[in-house]
Design a protein around this ligand. Sequence first.
Ligand code: GLN
Ligand code: ZN
Length: 766
Amino acid sequence: MAFRTQHWRNTVTATSRTPFTATVLGLARVGPRRELKRATESYWAGRISATELHAVARELRRTQLTDLVAAGLDSVPVGTFSYYDQMLDTAVLFGALPTRVADIADPLDRYFAAARGTDTVEPLEMTKWFDTNYHYLVPEIGSGTAFELHPEKLLDELREAIELGVPARPVVIGPVTFLKLAKLGPEELRQRVEELLPLYRRLLGLLAEAGARWVQIDEPVLVTDLTSDELTLVHRVYTELAATESRPAVLVATYFGRPGPALAAVAGTGIEAVAVDFTAGTEPGEVASVPALAGKLLVAGVVDGRNVWRTDLEAALSRLGTLLGSAGSVAVSSSCSLLHVPYTLAAEDGLDDALRSWLAFGAEKVAEVRTLATGLHQGAETISAELTAAREALAGRESDPRLNNSGLRARLAALGPHAARRAPAEQRRRLQRERLHLPLLPATTIGSFPQTPAIRLARAALRKGEIDRAEYETRMRAEIADVIALQERLGLDVLVHGEPERNDMVQYFAEQLDGFAATEQGWVQSYGTRCVRPPILFGDVVRSAPMTVDWICYAQSLTDKPVKGMLTGPVTILAWSFVRDDQPLADSARQVALAIRDETVDLQQAGIRIVQVDEPALRELLPLRAGDQREYLDWSVQAFRLATSGVSDATQIHTHLCYSEFGEVIDAIAGLDADVTSIEAARSKMEVLGDLNAAGFDLGVGPGVYDIHSPRVPGVEEIADSLRAALKAVPADRLWVNPDCGLKTRGPAEVEASLRNMVAAADVVR
Ligand code: GLN
Ligand code: ZN
């Protein structure tokens, strides 16, 4: 296959704007062994100085950049390094930190104060970055915000890269994304854009002066539904920026979805390049229909930056070939920043050879980008060995029996619609009331109790082989016994076992289900220094044995009060894993749901009367475009119902939701049809209850009566006030009393004091 040679049509400053051919849109930063996490936490603890922290960071950047150049990228993103978060960095860049941190003199400490708060200062709000599991800090742009440019970080990193001989492309978040993610309304957005534009123009000038040939301006918000006013604004912004006199060539990067009409809006300006995510449903036709791209560089994200699968190189190459006709030139890229995948497969020795051959982490994705760029520009024959290797790996994956369990598939196919349906709620309520004898306003918790040092030590000792499984279980049982005794003492009505045996609410299940694999070093930044190691869902999901029954039954054996079985729901298990890309997510959800269903049935069989199936990530997977949301909500609700409808009507199903604004999924919450829903509400002051009522929700509900994200112990009166507020929206016979979320990150003393006050408040209000 030979592709026609390309001509770069931009004649303005032809030498400086030479298009590049191979790149990625951004880089991970915690370090292959989480070096930055460790150093940052040491700095926070006062064990190392700022100078030492900077040195660790610089060394990480240096190796990363030189590795990328050695791997053959001819344009390398610079400035996506961050000590905490790129949105916070952008707030610093434009002088938009809140005034409450202004008098912290040291810039690094001020930065971390805005990120995590101090004893006296509240941090910025944190929320999900689009539909990923990364969290960004929400800039506070209010009457006190007067933008001013502080380009030092970006300029320093640019100079550092240039000194290393790196073809550096500084990256900055674009004005529309920055302001929209700061949650500005339309009027403010328009006004604040005007204030930012001159600063962006100055920044472009400074970057050019410092030697940048290209700059990347990230506008992922272009893949969401924008109003026509917003599209006009986008067009204006980039027309203006393109008119900056001496500037680098501008790449506007979109990712995480189809740019839709925004593509024409940016392409129709004087910028030089656009990045499009071709792993998220964008078809080459959408690009072909934008004539303005003809003179520009199209940075084609054909290597998935968010998932861990090896790229189908043949398919990608042929797609790239199609794109050649639509743009002046085509570069190969990852679909988004590599922030969302682990560093390298080289660090993994635990994966079986077959599975390993199907995967590509960060370093392997960079190699794929390079290979594809070579194939595109020098002919497919120059990469025939790589094409063959990829083809064989893919064929092996397709034919692997673990991806196609006929028994499981037959079971799922045989389930009729009744499998996801329970008796009417009223009928269930009656049966459950007779069986459970709970007081009015039953008090409970969300599941986890503090993960004490003893628990962590035991888990580490088991991993290192210092203790055996039996000893580990003995220690966990002791923890469970303590937690049960504590809850009895405090007078809670529905007890939990405390989840001491769970490292993580998804990993715990993934480790026990066939079809999931765990990595050793597959860390991905979740926020700040917090990293997660998502399991890899690669095959059909089969539960070969009960996963939780022994622990829960042990807890139940210690008390007469009901102990809740505690499971993670199918949507959350998928949201926090790397998922299969060879079948619809809805199909994977049904498989996981069946495994959870089997577990609920076993719990019931063992005498457990209440089972909670947590779905904190229900909101997180909601598609970015409204047009795609219905379908998602349908299958996700069906998966939950499949997971929870196998039990009898007398078994009470609970669910728990948190971490999000529930507005867009409120109907779905009602659709879950759980007998009791505990939901994060303390920070939103119970507003969620009114929304639930409006959606016709009439089941049990436990709006969180205090915020567990802070160590503060809430007072009895304060909790009683929350309960009274809740009672304005919910009748007493439907209201439950519980904290906002699990207690695993809190200290034992706070938890005991807080729960004591919570139970007292329930008594007062009763
Ligand atoms: N049951 C889990 C816990 O209490 C729920 C955690 C969550 O909502 N993220 O820890
Ligand atoms: Zn929660």
